[in-house]
Structures are given as structure tokens and as C-alpha cells.
Design a protein around this ligand. Structure first.
Ligand SMILES: [Fe+2]
Length: 311
């Protein structure tokens, strides 16, 4: 295999482990694709683990436990056994330190539902789950830092590793309407439409991902943090950083050849939009380069449209 894709998954609420959703089906499809391509391992950054000061850690617990996953049937996750990749973890630490990060191993870290919930849907049979390396975020939430972490991990794609960020495209717990979840374990009702600002940012994310490739994707994903509705969509920065990690891993000049897609989407709790994105695709060795058009930029579109009107 020449190159693996990169996923940015919006994990949403814990109900996404149990509920039947388009997003859950997409995670499963991506897992099946990964197994069909014999991926060597999964390198994943979640949204629930961040290190203080200037540190970043990589999980090296040989037998990690799993934290509780509320609002779902425990039978869905309690017997699923994590498959940590200690060898790759040590390698990731070396790769990060060689690029100036202060990375170290954390031999006590237990897995949290931001990662294992997605991995369970991707690889329901834990015996088939490829070895997994979990990388923490840094709690200063510097976008350039997290883009660079992804960029440092990018070469692993050429070795057959699958890189995944799991956070949220729209993830503001203060804007969510929790009543149905608390009373009935139901998150998909959508009795009223999402707020305008939320819809606005959701569209901006889709546009940025689908209309930018390579380094332009990295820049545009960072720039979204200056979007007027960013703070409505993300009350805190923790669920956005894994998106930047993913863009970092898929934002090299070489990635300009491949399109980035919105694969599935699930709304929960009125204002939480769980968009699932895939950057690039599986590229086989010896595959002839397909003719791919340049990404369509908004301004180019506008110019050509104006041109057509005036002609
Ligand atoms: Fe989360």
C-alpha cells in the first residue's frame, strides 16, 4: 500500500455506541476497509486526554482498563479488550521528540470512550482490532502544535498505519439539550432545529474540508478557529484539536492529489453535529495516478460564475 487515508470522526455523545446511526455505519465501513487493506496499526488522538504545560504523552499501558461509558448498555463495551501497540508508541515518542516536542510515555493511562467507542464500532470483534497507539493532546490547545503532531505522524501512513482524530465538528455541551438523554437515553430526537450559528459553522467545516487539499487544508482548518461562530460551535477547544491533528497528517503537498470527503453525519441533542470526514483514500502500490481535477476554490467558482454572467 502506498498511502492510507486519514479520518476525523466526530464521536458525539456516548449514545453513538449504542444507537443505530449513519455515522456508526460509516465507522464500521471504515474499519472493514482498514482490515481489507491490512492496516498495520491505528494511531489515534482523542479529545478527552490532554497534558499540561509543554508536554505530550503517548499511552504505553500494556493492559489498559476502559472508563465507564454512561447512557449505554455496558454489555456493548465491557468485554471488548483493548489492543495497545507499545512498540509503535515508543516509536511515536521518538518521532515527536526528534521534531522538538517534549513527548513521553504514560504507562498508567486507561482508555476513554472518545477512542474506544469509535474503535468498537470500527472493529466490533476486538480480536480483529489492529494494534492501537493513543496520543494525548496538549492542554494549551495551540492549533499549530496539533497540526504539527499530525504532520510528524504522517510518514506512518506510508507504512500502512491508519491515522484517526476523534473529536467533534460541532461539540458544545453547553448548547446541547440534554433532557431526553437524561430521562430516556435518547439523543437523536431533534424536536427543534439547531441554532443558526451552529448551522453556519457546520457548513463552514464541510466547505473547508471539501474545498481544500494539502497545506491549504491545514491552514483553513486552523482559520476556522477565527470563524465568528467558532465559539458557539466549540465551547472549549478540546474537541477541535483532533481535527487539526488529522489535517496535519493529511496536509502535505503530496495530499493535494486526493480529495477530502464528508462521509456521514448525525445530529444529536439538537445542537451537536457529528460529521465524519475522510481525508484521502487508500492508494495501492503501482496504482496509476488518476486524473484528478484541482480543488474547487470558492473564489474561483465565484469568478467563473461572474464571468459567465457578464459574457
Ligand atoms: Fe467527547
Amino acid at each position: 500500500m502506498e498511502l492510507t487515508p486519514v479520518h476525523f470522526f466526530s464521536h458525539g455523545s456516548t449514545r453513538m455506541l449504542e444507537a443505530e446511526t449513519e455515522s456508526g455505519d460509516y465507522w464500521t465501513k471504515c474499519g472493514e476497509e482498514a482490515l481489507a487493506h491490512n492496516v498495520k496499526g491505528v494511531v489515534i488522538m482523542g479529545a478527552h486526554w490532554a497534558c499540561l504545560n509543554d508536554k505530550i504523552e503517548v499511552a504505553t499501558n500494556p493492559k489498559p482498563l476502559k472508563s465507564a461509558c454512561p447512557f449505554v448498555n455496558p454489555a456493548l463495551y465491557k468485554d471488548w479488550v483493548p489492543n495497545p501497540d507499545l512498540k509503535t508508541a515508543e516509536r511515536c515518542i521518538s518521532m515527536l521528540n526528534a521534531e522538538g516536542f517534549k513527548a513521553s510515555a504514560n504507562p498508567n493511562f486507561d482508555w476513554i470512550h472518545d477512542t474506544f467507542m469509535v474503535l468498537i464500532r470500527m472493529f466490533p470483534d476486538f480480536k480483529k482490532c489492529p494494534p492501537v497507539t493513543i496520543i494525548s493532546m496538549n492542554a494549551r490547545y495551540d492549533p499549530y502544535y496539533h497540526i504539527k503532531v499530525g504532520a510528524v505522524m504522517r510518514p506512518l501512513r506510508k507504512e500502512g498505519y491508519l491515522i484517526v482524530g476523534t473529536g467533534g465538528a460541532i461539540h458544545n455541551l453547553y448548547r446541547n439539550r440534554w433532557t431526553e438523554m437524561l430521562l430516556y437515553r435518547e439523543s437523536l430526537g431533534q424536536e427543534t432545529p439547531p441554532e443558526d450559528g451552529i448551522m453556519n459553522f457546520r457548513q463552514a467545516v464541510e466547505d473547508v474540508v471539501s474545498k481544500n487539499r494539502g497545506p491549504a487544508l491545514r491552514k483553513a482548518m486552523i482559520r476556522l478557529m477565527q470563524h465568528p461562530k467558532y465559539r458557539e460551535a466549540q465551547a472549549t477547544d478540546d474537541h477541535w484539536m483532533p481535527a487539526l491533528f488529522a489535517a496535519g497528517a493529511a496536509g502535505d503537498w503530496e495530499d493535494e492529489k486526493y480529495s477530502n470527503v464528508l462521509g456521514a453525519e448525525t445530529w444529536e441533542l439538537t445542537n451537536m453535529c457529528n460529521s465524519q470526514f475522510t481525508f484521502g483514500r487508500y492508494v495501492e502500490k503501482g496504482e496509476k495516478e488518476r486524473h484528478l481535477s484541482k480543488p474547487t476554490l470558492g473564489m474561483e467558482n465565484m469568478t467563473s460564475r461572474i464571468g459567465m454572467v457578464s459574457a
